[in-house]
Design a protein around this ligand. Structure first.
Ligand SMILES: Nc1nc2c(c(=O)[nH]1)N[C@H]1C(S)=C(S)[C@@H](COP(=O)(O)O)O[C@H]1N2
Ligand SMILES: [Mo]
Length: 158
């Protein structure tokens, strides 16, 4: 498997998108912590998502803004994805290494959402992160495979 440790980061508000490495993300994270501080059963090195976002935004903008996204969208290498309201992410963190090594499971990075509405939001192998600004996306987190068709829909398509 080709292990490209790159993640696309998109900010809808500024209309910008860029590619960062896991190393760059971790290096610039203002608040690093052990995963176990928030997810007791998981060992590894992580960083707090919201403080990383604020630092990333402020380092790329000349305009000072306090505006926060309404949602986070994460997309994984296997097309699993999650859309999560910002308010649900106060404890969210990114797992990026274990014992100083790249992740064996969940590479390149994994999102964890402690106190979130579902464990299914702990998306593995995240390769795209989008910060969205759209109240219409609602207050409920959603997750699943991109373009997944339900069994009912399949029947109709035959
Ligand atoms: N990339 C990816 N992440 C994923 C999933 C998936 O299918 N693909 N499944 C989710 C679901 S539904 C659950 S319950 C948890 C399971 O995490 P675990 O493998 O650590 O038990 O991962 C979540 N993250
Ligand atoms: Mo799940």
């Amino acid at each position: 498997m080709n292990k490209q440790a790159h993640i696309q980061v998109m900010d809808q508000h500024r209309g910008s998108s860029e590619i960062v490495t896991v190393h760059q993300m971790a290096e610039t994270a203002p608040w690093k912590l052990s995963l176990a501080e928030r997810v007791p059963e998981v060992k590894g090195e992580g960083f707090d998502l919201k403080s990383w976002y604020r630092h990333w935004r402020d380092s790329r903008s000349t305009v000072e803004t306090q505006e926060e996204p309404t949602h986070l969208k994460v997309e994984a290498v296997d097309e699993f994805q999650a859309l999560i309201p910002w308010a649900e992410l106060d404890q969210a963190l990114i797992l990026y290494a274990q014992n100083g090594e790249p992740l064996q499971k969940g590479f390149p990075i994994r999102l964890y959402v402690p106190n979130g509405s579902s464990e299914c939001l702990n998306v593995k192998s995240v390769i795209k992160i989008s910060f969205l600004y759209d109240q219409n996306l609602g207050n409920e987190a959603t997750y699943g495979y991109k373009n997944a068709v339900t069994v009912e829909e399949m029947k109709f398509k035959k």
